[in-house]
Design a protein. Structure first.
Length: 132
């Protein structure tokens, strides 16, 4: 088993090495684009802070959206599970969450809205960068 895993990793390393070797020209071309972009970025000091502000905003908004989703999931009905042991029915050892259909619809709608808000934040960030 370990020999197979080792050969797999060795093979994937060889493929990555070949990929790196044959993509040197593309890397050189992209470096030619990155250097003027960095010069443009550092010409406007406010643009240096934009990624940090965007990251903090996305972290705060993502945290609020995840906590809101947790609140939404907490609306499920908790029901005890029962098991039979030697003819006796024992309950209360474990519990199950039962989501009504409307709660499932709300969860899907909330998840769609959360993804949409995060993508809107990304689009606004790109808009700010492109019109600076």
């Amino acid at each position: 088993v370990s020999r197979g895993v080792g050969l797999t990793f060795f093979g994937s390393g060889a493929v990555l090495l070949l990929f790196t070797y044959f993509s040197q020209e593309a890397v050189s071309a992209s470096l030619g684009c990155v250097e003027p972009a960095c010069e443009c970025l550092f010409a406007m000091p406010s643009m240096v802070l934009q990624p940090a502000i965007e990251s903090v905003w996305k972290l705060v908004m993502g945290s609020l959206l995840v906590s809101g989703f947790a609140w939404l999931l907490s609306t499920a009905h908790m029901e005890p599970d029962f098991i039979k042991l030697k003819g006796e029915e024992v309950g209360g050892l474990t519990r199950s969450l039962n989501f009504p259909f409307f709660s499932k619809v709300m969860a899907v709608y909330y998840a769609f809205g959360a993804v949409w808000l995060m993508e809107l934040t990304n689009a606004m960030s790109q808009f700010v960068i492109s019109f600076s």
